[in-house]
Design a protein. Structure first.
Length: 254
């Protein structure tokens, strides 16, 4: 009987995989054209993140949330990570930040009949006095304009998503929308031709880096961050990172 039991235990052990693949749960939200539940692989950003982790033997489970809730899920440790976010001092208190996943240029959209002439500096921001700037809920304020707001020169209004904010702008309910070129160009095409004709942008006034963030509430976060950064480096070194962005028809950002 003991021999039979030993054989069964040995057989059960042999039937087990040598190691089970680790899984990370990442909270994301709709951010077309980069992230979307209806996009192949959920978009180029989740595909890139999944492939980076795959090089390290880690699989990814994604969950879609409104952006503000996605951040809260990670902050409180219910989900391990979220993608993708700009670095701010407030967020660094709650989260660890990966290497840069994506980089884009920030502009202000405004109405042609209410032009904005600004060189992007804080010194010149006083001339924006009274400007109402729209951003999506959960989005970070750009540092230079946040300082301008602290001085009482501009006012941020957070609501909805980027499309809602551009429509508020065309309707004259706000004076500008703070947005990166990549998503701004895409969302602009969701407007009617008449609405698009009313809008234009300032020159680029900031470069914004986006990262995968990891909850500081979880003990495995630092290790997972290091695994991801290593996987991202491997994608970059192999040329796969550039290939993904090229297939997405966006110039790669090393």
């Amino acid at each position: 009987m003991r021999c039979l039991l030993s054989v069964l235990l040995l057989w059960a052990g042999l039937c087990q995989p040598l190691h089970s693949q680790e899984k990370i749960r990442i909270a994301i939200g709709e951010w077309p054209p980069f992230i979307g539940a209806a996009l192949p692989h959920y978009g180029v950003v989740p595909q890139l993140i999944s492939e980076a982790f795959a090089t390290q033997g880690v699989s990814v489970e994604y969950g879609f949330f409104p952006w503000k809730r996605a951040y809260t899920e990670v902050k409180q440790g219910r989900w391990q990570a979220s993608a993708i976010w700009g670095r701010t001092p407030e967020r660094e208190v709650d989260c660890l930040f990966s290497a840069v996943v994506y980089r884009d240029e920030v502009v202000l959209f405004y109405r042609r009949d209410k032009p904005i002439d600004w060189d992007g500096s804080l010194a010149a921001a006083e001339q924006l006095k009274g400007l109402r700037i729209g951003i999506p809920l959960g989005s970070a304020k750009q540092p230079v304009l946040e300082q301008a707001e602290q001085r009482g020169w501009v006012q941020y209004e957070a609501s909805g998503d980027e499309l809602i904010n551009l429509r508020k702008l065309t309707a004259g309910r706000i004076d500008a929308v703070d947005i990166v070129k990549g998503s701004g160009s895409y969302v602009l095409n969701q407007l009617s031709a008449k609405e698009r004709a009313r809008l234009t942008t300032t020159q680029t006034y900031e470069t914004w880096d986006y990262h995968l963030i990891f909850s500081r509430q979880l003990p495995e976060s630092e290790r997972l961050q290091q695994l991801f950064d290593q996987g991202l480096r491997e994608l970059q070194d192999s040329g796969r990172y550039a290939q993904l962005w090229q297939s997405f028809s966006t110039p790669p950002h090393p």
